[in-house]
Design a protein around this ligand. Structure first.
Ligand SMILES: [Zn+2]
Length: 282
């Protein structure tokens, strides 16, 4: 289980938001929340992404009203060199070289680049998609869901996680007990981290240097919040699908971090983690 794989963490844009909303006791001023995603290069099953971060499709989708409100609440920056397609090109990869994309959840800052990768198989939770696809335009917006970011073939071509094999995780990853075996060889395991959205997922993998990496997406927003026991403010929690489940998941991540600090927990929007990774100190 968790055979070592080449892995890179990539920052694809950022937004700004008051820190005190994202973390109790944080500052009032706006701080930067990077949008991180992962590139996994499997030796036989190809190139996989975990989420996509922002893209120009996000700017297009939030041009009209009422979607423009989304940009006002969380102003986005995406320098051209941070575009995911540009970063992949630097690594010698074209959009057609991406074989699959695993989605933590359907919020726009995680799925905005999907349409850039026409050959990629998309893996996601069916229950989450089924719930979102019933929402009106306005309801979707309040769930940070912009359906125009999905490829037209999504509902017929996505591969859904629910039917996949469940593997029991090793004791070192407790209190997390099981993960969905996404590629069938135990190398990439999707772990349910409910609360932020009902069916929100994290991804477990092992880097080539042996380090276990747990990409926890939006189950916590910064490593500081986890270490200092500072969950998001009541205001942010109102945006979550299930506040109670979020706090339970947050507590489990704290427990894992305390019991086994050797596991590298990577939130999708953690500035400290992004800088440490770019400086190659983690
Ligand atoms: Zn989210």
């Amino acid at each position: 289980m968790l055979a070592p794989l080449p892995f890179r963490l990539l920052q694809v844009g950022a937004c700004r938001h008051p820190e005190c909303v994202a973390m109790r006791g944080g500052q009032w001023g706006a701080v930067t929340f990077p949008a991180l995603c992962g590139l996994i290069q499997h030796p036989t099953l190809g190139n996989w992404l975990f989420d996509t971060g922002y893209s120009d499709h996000f700017q297009a989708a939030t041009q009209p009203f009422p979607e423009r409100l989304y940009r006002w609440v969380t102003p986005v920056s995406l320098p051209s060199e941070q575009q995911l397609t540009a970063q992949l090109a630097q690594l010698g990869l074209r959009p057609g070289d991406i074989d699959g994309i695993i989605l933590s959840h359907f919020h726009a800052d995680h799925i905005a680049g999907l349409r850039d990768y026409p050959k990629a198989e998309i893996i996601a939770m069916q229950a989450e998609y089924a719930q979102l696809s019933q929402l009106s335009r306005i309801q979707g917006l309040f769930h940070a869901y912009l359906p125009q970011l999905l490829p037209a073939s999504f509902s017929t071509h996505a591969r859904f996680i629910e039917g996949m094999r469940l593997l029991t995780l090793p004791p070192e990853l407790q209190p997390f007990r099981y993960g969905f075996d996404l590629l069938g060889d135990g190398s990439l395991l999707a772990v349910p981290l409910p609360g932020h959205t009902h069916h929100h997922l994290g991804l477990l993998l092992r880097r080539q240097d042996g380090q276990i990496v747990f990409l926890v997406a939006d189950a916590c927003w910064s490593i500081k919040a986890l270490q200092q026991h500072r969950p998001p403010s009541w205001l942010a929690q109102r945006l979550f699908d299930d506040k109670r489940a979020y706090l339970a998941t947050f507590g489990q991540l704290q427990q894992l971090a305390e019991q086994n600090p050797a596991v590298l927990v990577v939130p999708s929007h953690c500035e400290v983690t992004a800088r440490a990774w770019l400086n190659e100190s983690i």
